[in-house]
Write a protein that binds this ligand. Structure first.
Ligand code: GLY
Length: 344
C-alpha cells in the first residue's frame, strides 16, 4: 500500500492507496467512534458490507444519494437534519462512500454541520479516485448551474482501493478516463506518452500518478486562485455542455471530453496551442471511446458560461494546453470568448 501526505498550511491528511486500504479506516473507527455514513446507493450495495464487516459499532445512521440529481440544497438539508437526529457532535465523523457527487455533498454537509465536522472519503469511482476525493472542494448544484454553492473542507483521510472499481459500469469508467486524460494533458507529458502507447489508464499506477499530481496542485494552491485552476481544463465548457444537454444525458466525463476538445480546437485556431495539439487530443479521446463533437448552438453555451463562478468582472480564466502535457491559464474578456466561440 502507498501512502501520500497532503500537507497544507493549517492541515495535513493521508491518502491510502492499495487493496483493502478501506480496512485502515474501519480499524480507525472500530470500537471507539461514532460515525454517520453518506453513501451512493450502488456503492453501498457493492461495498458497504465489506466496510461494516466486524464493526462492533454500527453507524449512527446512514443516508443514500444517487447521482447528480441529488446534489441539491434540499438533499443537503435532509442529510443535515438526519445528522442532528443522530446526535452527531463535532467529535464524531462522517464517512462518504461513493463517487464525486457523494463526496461533494458529504463534504459540504460536513463543512457546515455545527461549523465543521471531520469526514473521510472512500471514493468508489475512477473519477473520484483520480480527482475529486482529494482537495476538499465540496458543494451542491443550483438550477442555475453546477457547484454554485460550496465550501472548501478537506477530508481527514482518503482511502483508495482500485478493486472497488470492478463493479462499475463501463460508462462510469469512461467518465473517470476523461479525468485521467485531463490530468496527463495539463501536467505530465510522460503520462501522455504512456496513454499514446496504449497503457491501461485505469490501472492503479495511473490512479496513483493522477492523485499525486492533484495532491501537489492542491498543496500549492488550496483555494483555487492559481495553479489549481489548471484542473478545470475542459470544465468551463464541459459543465455548460452538461447542463445544456440536460443533466444525466451526457455523463460528466463525456461533457468534459467534449469541453476539452472544443476549447483546444479554439486555442489552436488562435495560436494559443502548438499546432497538432488538437489532433493529438482527438486521437487520445477516440482511443478511449470518448466524444469530442459539440453540435448545439454556441450562443447557448456562451450564455451558460457567463454565469459560471469563474466569471469575474466579465473576465474569465480559461485553461489552454500549450501542448499535450503542459497547460496554462489565459485570462480573457467575455466578449473575446464570445467572438472566439462564435468563430468555430
Ligand atoms: N476537480 C478540480 C479541483 O478539485 O480543483
Amino acid at each position: 500500500m502507498s501512502v501520500l501526505n497532503v500537507t497544507l498550511k493549517d492541515n495535513e491528511y493521508k491518502i491510502y492507496i492499495g487493496k483493502d486500504s478501506i480496512l485502515n479506516l474501519r480499524d480507525y473507527l472500530k470500537g471507539k467512534s461514532r460515525y454517520f455514513i453518506i453513501a451512493d446507493h450502488n456503492a453501498f450495495i457493492n461495498h458497504g458490507k465489506q466496510f461494516l464487516k466486524d464493526m462492533n459499532n454500527p453507524p449512527e445512521d446512514m443516508i443514500f444519494v444517487s447521482g447528480e440529481k441529488d446534489k441539491t440544497l434540499q438533499k443537503a438539508e435532509t442529510i443535515l437534519s438526519r445528522m442532528v437526529q443522530a446526535k452527531m457532535t463535532r467529535s464524531d465523523y462522517v464517512v462518504s462512500l461513493g463517487g464525486g457527487v457523494c463526496g461533494d455533498i458529504a463534504g459540504f454537509c460536513s463543512s457546515v454541520y455545527m461549523r465543521g465536522i471531520k469526514y473521510f472519503q472512500i471514493p468508489t469511482t475512477l473519477l473520484s479516485q483520480v480527482d475529486s476525493s482529494v482537495g476538499g472542494k465540496c458543494g451542491v448544484n443550483l438550477k442555475e448551474g453546477k457547484n454554485l454553492i460550496g465550501t472548501f473542507h478537506q477530508p481527514s483521510g482518503v482511502f483508495i482501493d482500485r478493486s472497488l472499481l470492478d463493479t462499475l459500469p463501463e460508462r462510469e469508467m469512461k467518465c473517470g478516463k476523461a479525468e485521467v486524460i485531463k490530468t496527463a494533458l495539463i501536467k505530465d507529458s510522460s503520462l501522455v506518452e504512456k496513454i499514446d502507447s496504449g497503457h491501461d489508464i485505469t490501472s492503479i499506477e495511473f490512479i496513483e500518478s493522477c492523485i499525486d499530481i492533484k495532491r501537489k496542485v492542491v498543496e500549492n494552491d488550496q483555494f483555487d486562485y492559481g495553479e489549481r485552476m489548471l484542473l478545470n481544463f475542459g470544465h468551463t465548457l464541459g459543465h455548460a455542455i452538461e447542463a445544456i444537454s440536460g443533466y444525466g444525458k451526457l455523463s460528466h466525463g463525456e461533457a468534459i471530453s467534449i469541453g476539452m476538445a472544443v476549447i483546444t480546437k479554439l486555442s489552436e485556431k488562435y495560436h494559443y496551442s502548438e499546432s497538432g495539439t488538437y489532433d493529438h487530443l482527438i486521437r487520445i479521446l477516440k482511443m478511449h471511446g470518448l466524444p469530442y463533437e459539440y453540435k448545439e448552438d454556441m450562443n447557448k453555451l456562451f450564455n451558460y458560461i457567463s454565469n459560471d463562478k469563474k466569471n469575474m468582472n466579465n473576465k474569465m480564466n480559461i485553461v489552454f494546453l500549450k501542448k499535450p502535457g503542459q497547460a496554462y491559464i489565459h485570462s480573457t474578456s467575455l466578449v473575446n470568448l464570445y467572438n472566439m466561440l462564435g468563430s468555430l
